[in-house]
Design a protein around this ligand. Structure first.
Ligand SMILES: *C/C=C(C)/C=C/C=C(C)/C=C/C1=C(C)CCCC1(C)C
Length: 247
């Protein structure tokens, strides 16, 4: 029985990047099982949020299954699979913000702004990585992507989303504050990976270090596990805490 699609049983023990693909796959899978099962235990109003949490880690688990093989087989960065995963899961994370602020007046228009910004962030990041990774101009695409990222940070930290959550107060304000921290700190790991992993990542400057695909994938794998599972756990604790508040 082979473990990988290429028929091999595994990867070189020194290949720590492959290890993080493998561990990421297991962690995403386990988190999905957890969110789907726990969904039945939370109050009705949080069931959709729990479902979305499970979908985020579930979609990631499937992509990690394939990225793991792709990388272990020596194909380098799984750029396409990575960005397909993100294009599905990041908008779903925007939906999480919409769902928690909905009762406090969250509108579809706010949701669309977040989704549009996240798509802009990812499309430009993809162009930078897929076509300009070895080019000094990779920073231009990273910078446009970064602008969209800062817009999302502003929306959830100080803008419309934060205002709604703070008006709602209590567990919702707390959960929004925690999710916003994930967006600032946890999502902030991705641009670091991009800077270290593309030739011109840092405004085209020569940092004296070669662009490193391994570091890029390490950053992305670590950040994915922190952010996707972390988001779900924040939602879960919100769902559990509002249940005890109601009781
Ligand atoms: C589950 C996946 C998530 C939360 C992915 C988030 C990805 C980002 C926040 C990526 C951001 C980037 C920049 C801000 C600039 C450089 C290009 C990117 C796409 C790596």
């Amino acid at each position: 029985m082979s473990l990988f699609l290429d028929g091999s049983m595994g990867f070189d023990p020194n290949d720590y990047v492959s290890f993080t693909f493998f561990a990421g796959y297991m962690a995403m899978l386990a988190a999905s099982v957890f969110f789907f099962f726990e969904r039945s235990r939370v109050a009705d109003e949080w069931k959709t949020s729990m479902l979305v949490s499970g979908l985020i880690t579930g979609i990631a688990a499937v992509h990690y299954y394939y990225m793991r093989d792709f990388y272990a087989a020596g194909n380098g960065s799984p750029v396409v699979l990575r960005y397909v995963d993100w294009t599905l899961t990041v908008p779903l994370m925007c939906v999480e913000f919409y769902l928690i602020t909905k009762k406090a007046g969250g509108t579809k228009s706010i949701l669309y702004k977040l989704i549009l910004a996240s798509v802009a962030m990812l499309v430009t990041g993809y162009i930078g990585e897929a076509f300009y990774a070895n080019d000094a101009v990779s920073w231009v695409w990273g910078a446009i992507s970064g602008a969209a990222y800062f817009y999302i940070v502003w929306m959830v930290w100080k803008g419309d989303v934060a205002k709604l959550a703070n008006n709602a107060g209590g567990a919702v304000a707390k959960a929004n504050g925690a999710l916003a921290k994930f967006v600032i700190i946890g999502w902030g790991i991705y641009p670091i990976g991009y800077i270290l992993g593309t030739a011109g990542g840092f405004f085209g400057m020569d940092l004296g270090i070669a662009a490193n695909e391994e570091v890029l994938n390490l950053c992305y794998n670590l950040a994915d596990a922190i952010n996707k599972i972390g988001f779900g756990l924040v939602i879960y604790s919100l769902a559990i805490s509002s249940e005890t508040e109601a009781a």
